[in-house]
Design a protein around this ligand. Structure first.
Ligand code: ADP
Ligand code: MG
Length: 385
């Protein structure tokens, strides 16, 4: 089973004034020159999944120049079909609707699941711990509403606790409140950490299997969850929130003076990381660009498989301009598995990297200055140039 986006409707979103498209359940390819709206289109689909963009936190940016509001609507076919709407306005808060009824983000997120793969996804290996945490959180939040709610609460507690720590150096009253906040912090942190450890373990074994096939058994990929506390990660696996709760309280005690001196929270999963190794060596430092790219591809396909295990349906896979970076063999492999399993939405500047076989079973659209037009087979050879 898979979920798929059947129809997408954009009004004054980014450079689209009015666009309405019917999508193909298997493969949809959007072809266009630079700055025509390819990434904008995938961004709209991502927003339907996560209720917010991955490109900007300033939502006015999503609204077409000088217009008052933007609308993204999508019909998702799955076990129970669903209409999703996100409305952004310059003058009022964002609105989220499921089947035309207003709802909050915790009830909205999860109706559509996506896996996003862009040239930036390489940051999963090359980037900062924050880049890796974000990718992991986006994935877990889509299928685990409890995790998402804990994460949001945790972020709020960290902010408030930081405020307290800033005052604690000068105020005894603030210092006295700290134990209560520590308890809350440890409670939420331990749940988040146990989930992350569990998910990364499953992701790692799925990714290892896929990476094996992608590299013809020549490389072995492993992904490890690295909790913020190095002392802890050196020990064997725990995976119990009870252990993490104890760890949090112990570390909060160890770092007590330093936290007050610095005025912010030093302990907790907002400092976690993931470690990618290929044949036992840290992929960030030792792997070539090509190896890193393949590892990210393995990770993304593992995300897709894990989401299916969690929900019973394959997510929609969004590939932004990544086909030309993969070699022929990986490209063919990718399209073949995606074609069989998930609805795949691909953007590209030219169709040169797609075989006739692939194109025969796909819907092909041209994008030009925020206008989308479906192309018949006759157009395809022209788009190939
Ligand atoms: N709020 C907006 N209103 C109008 N145009 C916008 C807005 N945001 C972005 N754009 C335009 O969208 C275009 C970039 O679209 P994008 O999807 O990133 O291009 P690409 O096809 O290269 O992926 C640029 O021309 C940019 O000016
Ligand atoms: Mg782009």
């Amino acid at each position: 089973m898979k979920m798929w986006i059947k129809r997408l409707h954009l009004t004054n979103f980014r450079n689209y004034n009015a666009a309405e498209i019917d999508l193909h359940p298997k493969l949809d390819i959007f072809v266009g020159h630079n700055a025509q709206g390819k990434t904008n289109l995938l961004e709209a689909m991502y927003i339907l999944a996560m209720s917010k963009s991955y490109r900007t936190g300033r939502e006015e940016e999503l609204i077409f120049h000088s217009e008052a509001s933007a609308l993204i609507r999508g019909r998702v076919e799955r076990n129970a079909d669903v209409d999703l709407t996100v409305a952004v306005s310059r003058s009022s808060p964002k609105k989220l609707l499921v089947n035309d009824k207003a709802t909050n983000s915790s009830k909205f997120v999860g109706r559509l699941n996506v896996v996003l793969f862009t040239p930036d996804s390489l940051q999963l290996i090359k980037g900062s711990p924050g880049d890796r945490r974000r990718v992991l959180d986006v994935q877990i939040c889509q299928t685990d509403a409890v995790y998402r709610s804990n994460l949001l609460k945790y972020q709020r507690v960290v902010r408030q606790r930081n405020q307290l720590l800033k005052n604690a150096a000068a105020s005894r009253a603030a210092l006295k409140q700290l134990p209560i906040w520590n308890e809350q912090l440890a409670d939420l942190a331990s749940r988040i950490m146990a989930s992350r450890e569990n998910v990364v373990k499953r992701l790692s074994s799925l990714a290892a299997e896929i990476h094996n096939r992608l590299t013809g058994e020549r490389e072995s990929l492993h992904i490890a969850y690295l909790p913020f506390s190095k002392a802890h990660s050196a020990r064997s696996s725990h995976e119990s929130s009870l252990d993490y709760h104890r760890l949090m309280l112990a570390e909060l005690q160890n770092q007590h003076l330093l936290e007050i001196q610095r005025g912010y929270t030093l302990v907790g999963p907002h400092r976690d990381d993931l470690l990618f190794t290929i044949d036992g060596r840290d992929a960030k430092t030792y792997a070539s660009q090509g190896q890193q790219r393949t590892a990210v591809l393995s990770y993304k396909l593992a995300e897709m498989e894990l989401m299916r295990l969690e929900t019973g349906e394959y997510p929609v896979v969004l590939l932004d301009d990544v086909m030309s970076e993969l070699d022929r063999q990986r490209r063919a492999f990718l399209v073949e598995i995606l074609n069989k399993k998930a609805q795949t939405i691909i953007t590209t500047t030219h169709l040169g990297s797609f075989s006739d076989e692939i194109l025969a079973d796909a819907a092909i659209f041209g994008i030009e200055a925020g206008r989308i037009a479906e192309r018949g087979n006759g157009d395809v050879s022209a788009l190939r140039q």
